[in-house]
Design a protein around this ligand. Structure first.
Ligand code: PHE
Length: 376
């Protein structure tokens, strides 16, 4: 009897004692603001992974508690969100953020506090490395990076669309957009293509007629706009209005259920590089699509999918480390090889980047259509 009493007391102390009996995981994403569909999808994918893990009994016998912060797609909000999670909530394992312009400053906050951060979708190289090229060793991601994405787009334009000329318009204040524009440009030229127009605009611009007049005069085969859907929708519409006939192309930032609503017919026939396609017949993808549809009533986009993958990757590392200590978790992450993910298996290289394939998708009148897969 005494023994049972002692065991009971022990469990009680463990449950209520000073040490945390939950694993805390944070999320930073743009839940409001100009790209809020990115945040909504990201949150859905994140929560689904956590719910599944908790339903299976948690990780290492502990339940997971989530802490969610909105960065509004604003770099200052992102650093504030990171500081709040780390200093007020005591969270040292963070999924986020979505856009590179938020993930780059957030990564510095996490690295300085020795907190693990995995960005599901930020593709700019500088998320995991400093300006001098050195590695931020607490920072990882679940997606490919933009030197690859730009190369895939240029190759597709030159080889599949037989393009000879291109124009490129980009937001000079957005790390992702500016970076992807450069990577695409360099690869397009290396492949023998000609860049006829290379012009920048600012984040708050809404009238692109001056730039589009130049594009119209140059009449390129491709107009490459590697921005997010809200801006691309606007530019695409104005491009068609001034009579530009070029094929429109862009990157993963085009992926949104809002794109067709904003751009209408202007974007139909446009191609973009992305991380995954729900039409991929792999069983991992088909199971995921079914599961997501049942829970949320919509198709999972790349943001939801990569948030799910990034969260599962973090949970796997916590399991391998048998601890939620961020130093042990980052060591476990660095050693992960061939982790089975919906968007393709993940092995992290020395810079915390997975090597993964890209898909090319095309906008049709009703949605997106799978065109091709490009392996690294
Ligand atoms: N890759 C984008 C960035 O780094 C974010 C993004 C990913 C947007 C996937 C849409 C879809 O900023």
């Amino acid at each position: 009897m005494k023994k049972i009493y002692l065991i009971f007391l022990g469990i009680l102390i463990l449950a209520c004692g000073p040490q945390e009996n939950v694993i805390k995981i944070g999320l930073v994403a743009p839940l409001t603001g100009d790209v809020k569909t990115f945040g909504e999808s990201t949150k859905n994918g994140f929560l689904l992974a956590i719910e599944e893990a908790n339903a299976r009994g948690g990780i290492n016998g502990k339940q997971i508690k989530t802490f969610i912060q909105d960065d509004k797609n604003d770099p200052t909000e992102a650093t504030n969100a990171g500081s709040k999670l780390i200093n007020q909530d005591g969270v040292k394992l963070i999924i986020g953020s979505v856009s590179s312009k938020c993930s780059i400053p957030l990564s510095q906050v996490c690295q300085d506090a020795s907190a693990v951060m995995i960005s599901p979708t930020s593709t700019n190289p500088k998320v995991t490395i400093r300006d001098d090229g050195s590695r931020k060793d607490f920072i990882f991601r679940a997606c490919f990076i933009d030197p690859f994405q730009g190369m895939v787009a240029a190759k597709f334009a030159l080889e599949n669309l037989k393009a000879k000329t291109t124009a490129i318009l980009y937001d000079v204040g957005n790390d992702y957009v500016k970076g992807l524009a450069e990577f695409y440009r360099d690869n397009f030229m290396k492949g023998g293509g000609q860049v006829l127009v290379y012009e920048s605009y600012q984040k708050d611009d809404t009238d692109f007629s001056a730039l589009l007049t130049k594009v119209k005069q140059a009449n390129p085969d491709i107009l490459y706009i590697p921005d997010y859907y809200n801006k691309v929708g606007l530019i695409a519409k104005q491009a068609r209005q001034v009579g530009i006939k070029s094929i429109l192309m862009g990157g993963d930032g085009w992926d949104s259920p809002e794109m067709l609503k904003i751009a209408g017919d202007a974007i139909v026939g446009g191609y973009f590089t992305n991380h995954y396609s729900p039409d991929d017949p792999r069983p991992e993808v088909q199971e995921w699509v079914k599961k997501y549809l049942a829970k949320y009533g919509s198709m999972p986009d790349a943001l939801a999918t990569l948030a799910y993958d990034a969260t599962c990757l973090l949970l796997e590392a916590i399991k391998i480390a048998n601890s939620d200590n961020p130093v042990k978790v980052k060591e476990a992450l660095q050693g992960i090889k061939d982790f089975k993910s919906v968007s393709g298996n993940i092995s992290l290289d020395e810079f915390g980047n997975p090597i993964k394939s890209a898909v090319i998708l095309k906008y049709t009148k009703t949605g997106q259509e799978y065109v091709a897969t490009v392996t690294p």
